[in-house]
Design a protein around this ligand. Structure first.
Ligand code: ASP
Ligand code: MG
Length: 414
């Protein structure tokens, strides 16, 4: 059995859904299909959640109508009678009922009750379409088998219970099966979500629990690239990656796959393939158990909008254990994401993500330290660097900070 994950872009309109069907028809192994919400629908549901909390009636209903017409027009292009199936309308009715109630004070709880509709609606449309086209597939409401705790918006899977329930479902229902990524439910059967972009993780979790043979993530790129094609003209595809390398790349900020995805797969030695839904016959990238020290081509990762903070004790004391732990506890308190650090005798430097929390952090640190900062910077990471790769990236740029290890160079530039 394989797990196929189709993200938002692979179900963004009627022709994408038709293409998904062609991919399934050609697959020779039985599959479980995990789908995300269509296109950028999760972003729209996030807005709807905010309007709901604000009790902004006008915006709520305007957004609801937009959501409905988006899906309705896809349905009219997919179904012979041009109608939105009753099973889909049922979710819109449920969402409507929810939107008519008053929000509780638990924002994250409300988020999960609203945002989870994206996946429910998209998987139902795809399910109805496939069955109508004589591709017989079973529907699984993943909330009946994927149990989580109640940390809303970032729920954690209860692996034992979920494994028991999903195995039972798979034993009693024939493959193929279609289900949702990103969502689950608590033991009390309240909707939860696993964190943005969490569908990759759902696919990996199902593979782990069911001992699948492979996970395939279908994307609009040929595979995992050595740089983001959006800014890089020389981006090329990487054929093979080790689990370790994939985790390192996502840690440094490559938007490869959801960072939590690799661990369950590595634990059971299940390969992960990233493939293009536009060119399904091509190999894509495979992530598997290989020697991670294998030499790769240079991989470039950019993190923009960085602030370089320079912190020095006012009393000229050394930056050693005590000061470092004080500084870090401030970072943790203000939930600041630190990407790179360096220290000298009396100064500590950190490259951090810019956010609206910075002002408070600086205010607090300034009580004991002189704090200087530089903003609008870019942090460039190159894995498997060489001189040519470095030159390509820093030509005509001012280098403010640099750190090298054997495999990785990181540079903060203006
Ligand atoms: N639809 C969710 C999101 O956009 C989950 C996913 O796509 O993986 O974050
Ligand atoms: Mg997505």
């Amino acid at each position: 059995m394989k797990i196929y994950k189709f993200g938002g872009a692979s179900v963004k309109n009627a022709s994408a859904v038709k293409n998904l069907k062609n991919i399934l028809t050609k697959s020779s192994t039985p599959v479980i299909v995990v789908v995300s919400a269509m296109d950028k629908i999760t972003n729209i549901l996030e807005k709807l959640h905010v309007f709901y909390l604000q009790k902004n009636k006008e915006k709520i209903w305007q957004t609801f109508d937009d959501l409905y017409s988006f899906h309705d027009s896809i349905c009219s292009a997919l179904f012979n009678n041009n109608k939105t199936p009753a099973s889909v309308n049922k979710y819109f009715d449920e969402l409507k009922r929810k939107l008519k109630t008053n929000p509780s004070l638990n924002k994250d709880y409300e988020y999960d009750q609203i945002v989870s509709f994206g996946e429910l609606i998209s998987s139902t449309i795809v399910y109805e379409y496939l069955n109508g086209q004589d591709y017989i597939i079973n529907f699984l409401d993943i909330r009946t088998v994927l149990r989580t705790d109640n940390i809303y918006k970032e729920a954690n899977i209860d692996w034992d219970t979920s494994k028991y329930l999903i195995s039972d479902f798979v034993n009693n229902n024939k493959l193929p099966i279609i289900t949702q990524g990103f969502i689950g439910s608590t033991h009390e059967r309240i909707n939860t979500t696993l964190g943005r972009e969490g569908s990759d993780f759902t696919a990996a979790a199902l593979a782990y629990m069911l001992d699948a043979q492979e996970v395939v993530i279908w994307k609009d790129v040929p595979g995992i690239m050595n740089a983001d094609p959006a800014w890089c003209k020389f981006a090329e595809k990487i054929d093979v990656l080790s689990y370790q390398e994939a985790i390192e790349l996502s840690f440094f900020g490559a938007k490869v796959i959801h960072p939590k995805t690799i661990k369950p797969l590595q634990n059971k030695n299940i390969p992960l393939r990233v493939k293009s839904f536009v060119a399904p016959n091509e190999e894509g990238t495979i992530i598997k158990n290989i020697d991670y020290k294998l030499k790769l081509i240079p991989v470039y990762i950019l993190k923009e909008n960085q602030i370089l903070l320079s912190i020095s004790p006012r009393d000229f004391s050394f930056i050693v254990e005590e000061n470092i732990s004080k500084i870090f506890s401030q970072f943790a308190k203000h939930r600041i994401k630190v990407n790179m650090i360096q220290n000298s005798a009396i100064s500590f430097t950190a490259s951090i993500d810019n956010s609206n929390k910075i002002e408070d952090l600086i205010k607090e640190l300034s009580k004991e330290y002189t704090v200087k900062y530089n903003n609008g910077l870019t942090l460039i990471t190159i894995r498997h660097y060489n001189d040519e790769a470095i030159d390509k990236m820093i030509a005509e740029k001012t280098l403010l900070l640099e750190q090298r290890s054997r495999l990785t160079i990181r540079m903060v530039t203006e």
